[in-house]
Design a protein around this ligand. Structure first.
Ligand code: TYD
Length: 206
């Protein structure tokens, strides 16, 4: 089963994924965790180009091609093989990040992006996508506190507002795939919501 976590900066996806993986493994499920951009040696090199503060001249279209290149590599090298082995894949960001950030955030054409996504992912879509929804200021403050300020975080708050609205639209458009969790709750409460969603999905899958 292919599960993706989506959400704005500071929504706590990576912490939650680590805990989810431990709990599912303790129950005997084989789990693979990964993150975007990156998750493969080639993808991590692409991630480095995307995240460097100095790369301020990176253009939106260049940026999207790099995200897609990293994703194509991840799909072939990690996600498809894990699915074939019957594993649970927990992925920190996937195609919906491109629609939310490059589409709704930067205003690139959504239909065109979807076509490009289909190409990059070989049409592979997640079974379940969970949105960790959080208001923009809280998310940015959390991220700043973590001292992880990078090139992408430097965009203005308005950009992040568009990203959040974009995520919510995507979730409402495809309710059978999406679940929304309130990420402003404490870490433990968010974890319980996520865990329950995944257990339900696994049960329905059997
Ligand atoms: P990262 O430091 O991994 O942040 P987070 O912990 O919030 O996931 O940086 C990922 C950044 O890349 C984040 O700002 C979202 C952005 N991004 C896109 O703009 N498009 C994409 O397709 C992906 C995968 C990420």
């Amino acid at each position: 089963m292919f599960i993706t976590l989506e959400g704005p900066e500071g929504s706590g996806k990576s912490t939650q994924i680590k805990r989810l993986a431990k709990r599912l493994e303790a129950m005997g499920y084989p789990v693979v965790t990964t993150r975007e951009p990156g998750g493969t040696p080639i993808g991590d090199q692409i991630r480095h180009v995307l995240m460097r503060m100095e790369n301020k001249e990176l253009q939106p279209r260049t940026e999207i091609l790099l995200f897609l290149a990293a994703r194509a590599q991840l799909v072939e090298q990690v996600i498809k093989p894990a699915l074939q082995d019957g594993k649970i894949i927990l992925c920190d960001r996937y195609g919906d990040s491109t629609l939310a950030y490059q589409g709704y955030g930067h205003g690139l054409d959504l239909d065109q992006l979807r076509e490009m996504l289909d190409f990059a992912t070989d049409h592979l879509k997640p079974d379940v996508t969970i949105l960790l929804d959080l208001d923009v200021k809280t998310g940015l403050m959390r991220k700043k506190a973590e001292d992880e300020w990078n090139r992408l975080d430097a965009y203005e708050v308005l950009f992040h507002e568009r990203v959040r609205e974009g995520y919510l639209k995507l979730a409402y458009e495809e309710p059978e795939r999406w679940q929304i969790v309130d990420a402003s709750q404490g870490i433990d409460a968010v974890q319980e919501d996520l865990f329950q969603i995944i257990l339900d999905a696994l049960e329905n899958n059997e």
